[in-house]
Design a protein around this ligand. Structure first.
Ligand code: HPA
Length: 269
């Protein structure tokens, strides 16, 4: 199934992507930044799962951004939609098979770290997988990667330091933190958030972890940036809503786009 998707994408006349950028909730508009864009609806790619979440389009956009040949994944699927971790990781694996060496993920997340505000951007330093899922479960596909694989540098320290330097240069505040991944679809309870804070989480969200696992399994380099769309449950005492998540995404969008455009060349280096 991976091969059929790869072949479909390779038939599109566009430069082979060096970097793939996965757009989280509300960031779909970034696809309009792609020069010489060739758009492929996900429905036209064999085996590619369709996003059902509001705020997620469903197309792959090939072209260049800041001179870098990219694949922009406008819309992703999540475990809470009922997809398996393997389905969630399908797109990442297709990117790996296409020859993409660096995956850049974005997502919306709830902030636990008290130094974050609504709208803060946070570079993920590491993750805690409490999804109870993993795209690498089952017989190992040796053509993808080894049975057991190391996660020490899953969020490349070298790439992170270049991204942080670029953010400083642009005077865009960029925090660093540990992302805790959950299946959702509910936002967490305040008691859960207190627990997650104690075990070292700075952020909580419902995506990215399966994709980073699949990418690291394949030996790809990853970086991920969260937009803190809301303070996590119980921190401000306010109720959480998806509308708030989308609204904050829209508010931060211009800054996020500026940062992403600046770091794409770093991700290609
Ligand atoms: N929790 C989980 N996922 C999220 C949140 C949250 O508070 N905000 C955006 N995605």
């Amino acid at each position: 199934m991976l091969q059929a998707a790869v072949e479909t994408i390779q038939r599109i006349p566009a430069a082979a992507p060096r970097v793939a950028l996965v757009l989280g909730s509300g960031l779909g508009g970034f696809a309009s930044e792609v020069e010489g864009a060739r758009r492929i609806p996900y429905v036209d790619i064999p085996g590619w799962p369709r996003s059902t979440a509001v705020g997620h389009a469903g197309e792959l956009v090939l072209g260049t951004v800041s001179g870098v040949p990219v694949a922009v994944l406008s819309g992703r699927v999540h475990l809470y939609e009922g997809y398996t971790a393997r389905e969630v990781a399908f797109a990442t694996r297709v990117m790996g098979k296409l020859g993409v060496r660096t995956m850049l993920f974005t997502n919306a997340a709830g902030g636990l770290n008290l130094s974050y505000a609504q709208g803060s951007l946070v570079l993920i330093r590491d993750h805690i997988n409490l999804m109870g899922e993993n795209p690498c479960l089952g017989p190992n596909d040796d053509s993808l990667g080894p049975r057991f694989f190391d996660m020490t540098d899953a969020y490349s320290a070298e790439l992170r330091s270049r991204i942080l330097a670029k953010a400083r240069e642009l005077e865009i505040p960029l925090h660093e933190g540990v992302y805790l991944g959950l299946k959702g679809p509910n936002f967490e309870t305040p008691a859960e958030i207190r627990f997650f804070g104690r075990i070292g989480a700075d952020l909580v969200g419902m995506s990215t972890v399966p994709e980073v696992l699949a990418a690291t399994h394949m030996g790809m380099r990853c970086a991920a940036i969260s937009c803190v769309t809301n303070l996590a449950a119980g921190i401000s005492g306010e109720k959480l809503s998806h509308d708030e998540v989308l609204e904050t995404g829209v508010r931060v969008r211009a800054t996020f786009v500026r940062l992403l455009k600046a770091i794409l060349p770093e991700a290609a280096a």
